[in-house]
Design a protein around this ligand. Structure first.
Ligand code: HEC
Length: 160
């Protein structure tokens, strides 16, 4: 009788000890510091850039592959959806931070947020068009999505 009770007690102690550790470990990801935010948004933009290139190339084929168009468009839409929250104040160009994010992002945040929202909308439409499979519609939507990229870069990204 005594042995299982002791075993249960030890198990209970181990479980309660493990819980707070999990909670603490998860916290930093929710509030990224400047460096983490910059790394995360640059990764997201690189993904979008690669997928835009892949889609453009595929659309040059006489019969573009549906799988490539869908995968590229979905990658762009998914990455776009997460980018807006990766621009915390204090993560722009400075002496110590390696980023191309111009100060205007924070002095004209409303315009920046509107342009990011446009990207989210246009890329979501691109994913829908890719799944529908009408190549002419996909091309048109790819152009609209590309225009959203360019508009924001002209205003808010430093020339490299
Ligand atoms: C609302 C503004 C905005 C939109 C929309 C936008 N970008 Fe950007 N992009 C930026 C900013 C700002 C940076 C610089 C980020 C940094 O260095 O911290 C950037 C950086 C990049 C980079 C360089 C990443 C690196 O560091 O190597 C690529 C590639 C890129 N964007 C591609 C795209 C593509 C493709 C789209 C459209 C599908 C897009 N962006 C839409 C603002 C935007």
């Amino acid at each position: 009788m005594a042995k299982p009770a002791v075993r249960n007690l030890i198990r209970a102690i181990l479980l309660t000890a493990a819980l707070p550790m999990t909670a603490v470990a998860a916290a930093p990801a929710d509030v990224p510091g400047a460096d983490a935010a910059i790394a995360a948004r640059q990764t997201g933009f690189k993904k979008m850039g690669g997928a835009m290139k892949a889609l453009k190339l595929e659309l040059q084929n006489p019969v573009p592959a549906a799988s490539v168009m869908i995968e590229s468009a979905t990658t762009i839409a998914e990455a776009a959806a997460g980018q807006g929250k990766l621009f915390p104040a204090g993560s722009g160009i400075s002496a110590t931070l390696k980023t191309a994010a111009l100060p205007a992002i924070w002095t004209d945040r409303a315009t920046f947020d509107t342009q990011m929202a446009t990207l989210v909308t246009e890329s979501a439409r691109l994913a829908v068009a890719a799944k529908a499979g009408d190549v002419a519609a996909i091309k048109a939507q790819q152009a609209s999505t590309g225009a959203a990229c360019g508009a924001c870069h002209r205003q808010f990204r430093a020339e490299s």
